[in-house]
Design a protein around this ligand. Structure first.
Ligand SMILES: C[S@@+](CC[C@H](N)C(=O)[O-])C[C@H]1O[C@@H](n2cnc3c(N)ncnc32)[C@H](O)[C@@H]1O
Length: 234
């Protein structure tokens, strides 16, 4: 194994290195496939692979008790598929997509008996028939994984997937604050690029309303905060 093939002991360092290369090549999403492919070959670790559904999603499910019978759900940037599996277990006819073919393959491998349809798709160019088609859209950590200048377009694409009467659930890292003031875009060294309160509000456009917003310490690191935002399309 050469030095290049040796997995970095800190998965965040490895993913940041791949991200830095892609960003320098003006390919802001290219590093995801490189990372998942390297992880598939044992050369990297996917830093956000929690081995289970996100705790804030599990908590929301426990409180909201959504019933998915006869309904469709879409999981954005689904990664290893843990959140999609939880959503499918609620009875939703669930589609989960990711831009990385290796992520989609890994999700299928990790959940061989899945009811989820895992597909490769780009949030910036989703299939036209997905527009306004889903009763539940779950977005966890995808928009924040994109450079800040791409986030408004990504946010708009997420929102457009929600059906009238449907729910959008967004879970994201919250922008750090100094003395109660969010730090400026220019000083955020992503990825990730945690979302400001304004970025959370930006999901509520047109007939999409923010109906519940929580800001809680991260389950894995209480020094960091997470948004959980629930929206409804009227
Ligand atoms: C930080 S990871 C989060 C993965 C998963 N949602 C989770 O919480 O474990 C961001 C994911 O979004 C995917 N992604 C990034 N840009 C995307 C795009 N334009 N379209 C679809 N997926 C994208 C990446 O491949 C990656 O799996």
């Amino acid at each position: 194994m050469t030095a290049e093939q040796t997995p970095d002991p800190d998965p965040d360092v490895a993913s940041r290195r791949l991200a830095a290369q892609s960003l320098a090549e003006n390919d802001p999403t290219g590093w995801f496939e490189k990372l998942y492919a390297a992880a598939g070959e044992g050369r990297a670790v996917v830093p956000w692979d929690r081995g289970g559904a996100h705790a804030l999603l599990t908590d929301w499910v426990g409180t909201a008790e959504p019933s998915g019978a006869g309904k469709r759900a879409l999981v954005v940037g689904a990664g290893m598929g843990w959140d999609a599996e939880l959503v499918a277990d609620l009875g939703y006819d669930t589609t989960a997509f990711d831009i990385s073919p290796s992520a989609v393959a890994a999700a299928r491998d990790a959940h061989p008996d899945t009811k989820v349809e895992y597909v490769v798709a780009d949030l910036f160019d989703p299939p036209a028939h997905w527009r306004g088609a889903f009763d539940l859209v779950v977005e966890i950590y995808t928009v924040q994984a994109l450079p800040i200048h791409l986030q408004p377009a990504a946010t708009q694409q997420v929102t457009a997937l929600v059906r009238v009467g449907g729910t959008l659930l967004v879970i994201a890292a919250a922008r750090d604050e100094v003395d109660g003031v969010e730090i400026a875009d220019e000083v955020v060294e992503g990825p990730p690029w945690p979302l400001t309160r304004a970025a959370i509000d930006a999901f509520a456009t047109g007939d999409v309303r923010l109906i519940q917003l929580d800001k809680q310490p991260s389950p894995s690191d209480p020094a960091l905060y997470r948004w959980r935002a629930e929206y409804l399309r009227d």
